[in-house]
Design a protein around this ligand. Structure first.
Ligand code: GTP
Ligand code: MG
Length: 348
């Protein structure tokens, strides 16, 4: 048979044309159907996951495929009591159904467009951190007492609400240093109604490290069940409870293990929901250091590696503060000075 040329189509009888277009409609429809099916995969469709397991998973917050896909086998075993091989199968199936894998650099560049940058109020500070505190990342500020870590958390909370009025902020307060009066003052300086801003900040006092970790896990519920548009999660301070509860060298491994889990939960939260996680951290003195700054952040490598951006705050001359960017995936190291004022941060 001769190959069909374009001209043949013109002379094709109507009935043949019709059946051809019907066929293409059919394939289109079936394509749509498989896509729909893909989208409709739920936890109960995963291999070996029955209603009882779904319930167990749901009660601890694994209520969609993404949460299972990014879990570790150990986490699922702990929750459901399933065997290791079953847990691995479930995770693999969740990952397949979500089509997880490599993305092109272009996809990632497009995703970066959804990043929100929360301004600090100081142009120099904003420049240092590439325009503001980023969503989709963890930013850690460490520094001695009075260096401005808590002030910065209040300022960021007001500034995100100023720029994105639909935002909600979560504030996990471990040291009882959240001050609504300070929020009111900062809000007024930005021409915002203090009550409007305060209503958009959900504060929870964490009484110990377990409680703190639980509160971080609960943020997901606020997003899913209460439909809140959370753009900023503050943990002030990240390390104080851990530092107080685990004293002595023998407990260090356990402390770091718990902190690691906490940081991973926060990292997941920031990445899945494109929100900014801001954590504060104290410093301890390094008695063996003779040159340079003899202070070191608490939490060691675990906190350092889990944080996307790391800032070191210290007191400067004449009541000013100095912020130093010590770690960032895309920005050069550098530092800048600023003042903390009643109205927020101010350039030198
Ligand atoms: P620790 O939590 O103790 O580790 O310290 P921190 O780094 O959280 O310090 P914080 O942010 O609480 O900074 C306190 C400093 O901010 C104070 O020493 C004041 O100089 C300044 N500050 C706090 N509140 C105000 C304010 O309302 N107006 C002005 N101008 N400065 C303030
Ligand atoms: Mg503080």
């Amino acid at each position: 048979m001769l190959a069909k040329t374009k001209g043949d189509e013109k002379t094709m009888p109507d009935t043949e044309k019709e059946s051809k277009s019907k066929k293409s409609q059919k394939t289109k429809k079936s394509e749509e159907k498989t896509k729909e099916q893909e989208n409709k995969t739920t936890l109960s469709d995963l291999p070996g996951v029955g209603p009882a397991t779904v319930e167990k998973l749901n009660t601890v917050g694994y209520d969609d495929l993404m949460s299972v896909a990014v879990a570790t086998a150990g986490e699922l075993i702990e929750v459901t009591g399933m065997s290791e091989s079953a847990a691995k199968k479930v995770i693999a199936a969740a990952r397949t159904s979500l089509n997880m894998g490599f993305e092109s650099g272009m996809d990632l560049l497009n995703q970066r467009k959804s990043v929100i940058k929360i301004p600090t109020g100081s142009d120099e500070f904003d420049k240092l951190i590439g325009g503001g505190f980023e969503t989709g990342a963890i930013t850690e500020c460490f520094g001695e007492f009075g260096s401005g870590k808590t002030q910065l958390s209040h300022i960021l909370a007001v500034n995100i609400i100023k720029n994105n009025p639909k935002s909600t902020v979560v504030y996990i307060d471990t040291e009882n240093t959240f001050r609504p009066e300070r929020i009111s003052e900062l809000a007024e300086a930005k021409d915002l109604k203090p009550e409007d801003v305060l209503k958009k900040i959900k504060v929870a006092r964490a009484f110990n490290s377990d409680h703190q970790m639980l509160l971080a896990e609960k943020v997901e519920d606020l997003i899913k069940k209460q439909n809140l548009n959370i753009n900023l999660v503050i943990v002030d301070s990240l390390t104080s409870h851990f530092r107080a509860e685990f004293i002595g060298r023998g407990t260090l491994a356990e402390r770091q293990q718990k902190l690691n889990r906490h940081m991973r939960d926060l990292a997941k939260l920031s990445s899945i929901h494109n929100l900014c996680v801001y954590v504060t951290n104290q410093v301890m003195s390094k008695p063996d250091q003779f040159f340079g700054d003899p202070t070191k952040a608490i939490g060691g490598h675990i906190v350092a590696h889990a944080s996307t951006f790391r800032l070191y705050l210290r007191k400067g001359k004449k009541g000013s503060r100095v912020a130093k960017l010590v770690d960032s995936p895309n920005l050069p190291e550098g530092e800048c000075g600023f003042f903390i004022t009643g109205k927020g941060l101010k350039d030198l």
